[in-house]
Design a protein around this ligand. Structure first.
Ligand SMILES: Nc1ncnc2c1ncn2[C@@H]1O[C@H](COP(=O)(O)OP(=O)(O)OP(=O)(O)O)[C@@H](O)[C@H]1O
Length: 249
């Protein structure tokens, strides 16, 4: 069964049309990587999936619930989606453990003990066992991002949304975060990932979506979209990101 069904999605900011009719279906357990040039609408698409942005028209259905239905309890429906942002978005005045337990307790009504047990399991999963009492400022960017992933996982999401999760990291920390994401994919987590990491997209994605100018120009398995793109716009973009200096090898 499809976990995400998006149809006819449009979004404009003033006169700027950012999404111009996006259709996308994501099957359970699949990893979909969204690639494309800056300003092509990738983040806006992800933010429309959990209604952080209200689409102007079109439908977003997650796990059988239409989030774009005005009568739906959006806070409840949104709980199926875990979101990881470029900028980690941890509460800096709270310990790592409190960052992971606060929403579990407030939103899901879990007891402190249960929330802490689940938080610790997820911290272990992302390689941060023993850092429960640390403050975010005592962690590297990569560790903060892994804590943010553990926080999202602690809410038992059906789908994880990643918005350029490694773009704010020093290059040497990128691999750890991508490693955690690979492990999640291997466990069967359904994931929608906006990324500039072509190697990750090539190796982990079931489907790659190339967006440009608010439309999906090309989509399919990575071997097709990244390995043998059929559209000129995809080829031009890939040539630039895979060989940014334009040097011949
Ligand atoms: N809240 C907003 N208000 C006005 N304009 C916005 C808003 N959010 C995004 N935009 C504009 O919409 C366009 C698409 O932005 P979006 O962030 O979706 O692109 P992107 O493909 O994710 O780019 P990048 O790779 O640089 O993050 C950009 O021109 C951006 O300036």
């Amino acid at each position: 069964m499809s976990v995400i069904e998006i149809s006819g999605l449009h979004k404009a900011f003033g006169s700027l049309e950012v999404l111009r009719g996006i259709d996308l279906t994501v099957e359970r357990g699949d990893v979909v990587c969204i690639i494309g040039p800056s300003g092509s609408g990738k983040s806006t698409l992800l933010r429309c999936v959990n209604l952080l942005e209200q689409p102007d028209s079109g439908k977003v259905v997650v796990d059988g619930t239409e989030l774009t239905d005005p009568d739906v309890d959006i806070d409840k429906a949104r709980r199926r989606l875990g979101m990881v942002f470029q900028s980690f978005n941890l509460f800096n005045h709270l310990t790592v453990l409190d960052n992971l337990t606060i929403a579990q307790r407030k939103v899901l009504g879990r007891s402190r003990d249960e929330a802490e047990r689940i938080a610790k399991q997820n911290l272990e999963k992302v390689g941060l066992a023993g850092r429960e009492r640390s403050m975010p400022s005592q962690l590297s960017g990569g560790q903060q991002q892994r804590a943010a992933i553990a926080r999202a996982l602690s809410m038992d999401p059906q789908v994880m949304l990643f918005d350029e999760p490694t773009s704010a990291l020093d290059p040497e920390l990128v691999g750890d975060v991508l490693g955690v994401m690979r492990a999640l994919a291997d466990e069967g987590m359904t994931m929608l990932v906006v990324t500039h990491e072509m190697q990750f997209a090539r190796e982990v994605a079931d489907t790659v979506l190339f967006m440009d100018g608010g439309v999906v120009v090309e989509q399919g398995p990575p071997a097709q979209v990244i390995g043998a793109p059929t559209q000129e716009r995809t080829r031009t973009f890939l040539a630039r990101v895979l060989n940014p200096t334009g040097d011949n090898p």
